[in-house]
Write a protein that binds this ligand. Sequence first.
Ligand code: SAM
Ligand code: DTB
Ligand code: SF4
Length: 331
Amino acid sequence: MDKKTTLRNDWTRQEVEEIYHSPLLELVYKASTVHREWHNPEEIQMSTLLSIKTGGCPEDCSYCGQAARYHTDIKVQALLPTEKVIEHAQKAKDNGSSRFCMAAAWREVRNNRDFDRVIEMVKGVNELGMEVCCTLGMLTEEQAIRLQEAGLYAYNHNLDTSEQYYDEIISTRTFDQRVNTINNIRKAGITVCSGGIIGLGETHHDRISMLLTLATMPRHPESVPINALARVAGTPLENNLKVDTWEMVRMIAAARIVMPSSMVRLSAGRVEMSEFEQGWCFMAGANSIFTGERETLLVTPNPGVSEDMQLLNTLGLKPMVKENKKESCPV
Ligand code: SAM
Ligand code: DTB
Ligand code: SF4
C-alpha cells in the first residue's frame, strides 16, 4: 500500500472544520482513498464485547442504561466468574473475532478482589491468543501497568463528546479526568481505544472539537469507536432523535482522514442500519465492528454473528486475522 498521506497531530480547527463540512460524496471519496493507503479495504476487524459487570454504576452519564440512578429495565449483574468469561472468549474466537473486549459498569478501578479477578481474566483470554481489551472506567498508572503485565493489549476509554459539551452529559466526572486516564494507559504501553458518541444533542462544532482532541493527541488512539446513541428507555436521552446514518458516515470519514492509521470502529447503532447504510460506513473508512453470538453490545441489541457474516459476504469483506500492530501509529 502506497502511503501518500502522512500522520499529523498538528491539525488546526479550521482544517478539521473544512474536512468535516466538505460535500459528502467528496468527503467519502477522500476518506476512502486515505483508507486504501493505510489499510487493506477488504478486511474488517471483528471485536467481541462482553459485559463482565452490568448496571448499578454510580456515574450519571445521561446516555447510559447502566447508571444506577436511572430507572431502566437493565438487570444488575455482579462480576461474572472467570471461567464463564473465558468460555465466551473461546466462542468469540471460534466465530472469527480477533479481539475480545471486557466491559464493566464501574466509575473507576479499585484495588480490590474484583480487580484481581479481572487480571486473571486478562491472562486467560491472552492465553487463547486473542487481543485482549478492557473498559473499566478510570485507571491510575499503577493499575494500567498491572493490566499491561497481565497481557492487556488495548483499553477503551472514550472522550464521549467535546470538552465544551461534556458537563451537559456527565456531571460526576470531568473531561480532564477522561484525558488523564488515556494518558495513564499510554504511559503503561497499552494501546488506546478512544472515540465517542453522536446523537447526544451536540452540535457539529462539538463533533469537530472531539475529533480535534483525538487527532492532536501526541499519538493517535490506535482505535477510534464512533457510536450512534443507543436510546435506552429511562435515561435522560431516551427521546433524542435517531442518528441519521449520513451523520455517522460524515463522522467516520472525517475521523479516517485525520487519523489515517487508526482502526475506525462502527460501534453502537448498527442494529438500526441496513446493509446499505453499513456499507456506506465501511466505504467512508470504518474497518472494525463489534460482533458476537449474544446479539447485544452491553445492554442494547446488536446484529448477530450470522447477520454479520452475511453482511461481510454481500460486501466482499473478510474478518481481519490480526490487527495492525502497535508500531503502525508513530504519531
Ligand atoms: N464504565 C466505563 C466507562 O464509562 O468508561 C466502561 C463502559 S462504558 C459503557 C463504554 C462506552 O460506551 C462509553 O464511554 C460510551 O462512549 C459508550 N456508550 C455507553 N452507553 C451508550 C449508549 N447508550 N449509546 C452509545 N454509546 C454508549
Ligand atoms: C464503545 O465505544 N462502544 C461500546 C464499547 N466502547 C464498550 C459500548 C457501546 C454501548 C452501547 C449501549 C449499550 O449496550 O450499553
Ligand atoms: Fe457508568 Fe460507564 Fe455507563 Fe457512565 S458509561 S454510567 S461510567 S457504565
